[in-house]
Design a protein around this ligand. Structure first.
Ligand SMILES: Nc1ncnc2c1ncn2[C@@H]1O[C@H](COP(=O)(O)OP(=O)(O)O)[C@@H](O)[C@H]1O
Ligand SMILES: [Mg+2]
Length: 237
């Protein structure tokens, strides 16, 4: 079963058709980068896939369940179990520690904390020794690693990451994409990563270009930033 299947998704804001007939599929555990100019609808699609926004038509299946058909309450429940979200601005709670932030969505879902899972993620994300720190005591790169641990904690079908390196310096950004690539190998979760940076997109196996509200092309990346930059420039020439 696919991790994500979007079929003919349309979404408008007033008169503006942001997404029109957007279709994309990610196999289980697949890592895909989604690229496109600012304002092309990348964040809109991630919000739809996370069930944070409703589609005008079309459907989006996550692990076989149609998130576009869920009401707000059901979508929130579903998201806590099946979808991890990572934003450019981290979205951590500063009054909570690193560990509390990591387990928060699962806790809100009524799950018992799993210390072994927390330990596993803290180690994988290089956060050992930071467990009791508050987000404000961490660097940007460390904060984003906490957000990634939180996204992965419940072993979601898919992690949706919206420009997760957009607020980071180049070194931290490249650490984050190395971590995402590594985690995508060791965890079962698929990853859909929005980025403007070909070096970051090269962590993905395939890259999709969003144009005029639809996916205009999907290519293998060969993990090659130069190839991605070339494909990008010809897609938007
Ligand atoms: N809440 C909103 N109300 C009205 N227009 C919006 C809203 N959110 C996004 N848009 C518009 O939809 C278009 C796509 O936005 P977005 O999905 O954020 O693009 P991207 O993430 O690719 O930069 C933009 O033109 C933006 O102005
Ligand atoms: Mg955006």
């Amino acid at each position: 079963m696919n991790a994500l299947t979007a079929e003919g998704v349309c979404r408008r804001y007033g008169e503006q058709e942001v997404l029109k007939d957007f279709s994309l599929a990610l196999a289980e555990g697949e890592f895909v980068a989604l690229m496109g100019p600012s304002g092309s609808g990348k964040s809109t699609f991630l919000h739809l896939a996370a069930g944070l926004l409703s589609a005008d038509s079309g459907r989006i299946l996550v692990g076989g369940a149609d998130v576009t058909a869920m009401g707000d309450g059901a979508a929130t429940k579903f998201r806590r179990r099946h979808v991890g979200v990572v934003f450019q601005s981290f979205n951590l709670l500063d009054e909570r520690t690193v560990v509390e932030n990591i387990v928060l969505p699962a806790k809100l879902d009524g799950a018992k904390p799993d210390p072994a899972r927390v330990d596993e993620l803290v180690k994988k994300l290089g956060l050992s020794g930071k467990e009791r720190k508050r987000p404000s005591e961490l660097s940007g790169g460390e904060r984003q690693r906490v957000a990634i641990a939180r996204a992965l904690y419940s072993k979601p079908d898919i992690v949706l990451a919206d420009e997760p390196t957009g607020n980071l310096d180049m070194k931290s950004a490249h650490e984050i994409c190395a971590i995402l690539k590594d985690l995508n190998g060791s965890e079962r979760s698929a990853v859909l990563l929005v980025t403007h940076d070909p070096v970051v997109a090269a962590a993905a196996g395939r890259v999709a270009f969003l144009k005029d509200g639809a996916v205009a092309a999907v290519h293998e990346t060969n993990n090659d930033p130069e190839l991605i930059a070339k494909l990008y420039l010809s897609a938007y020439a």
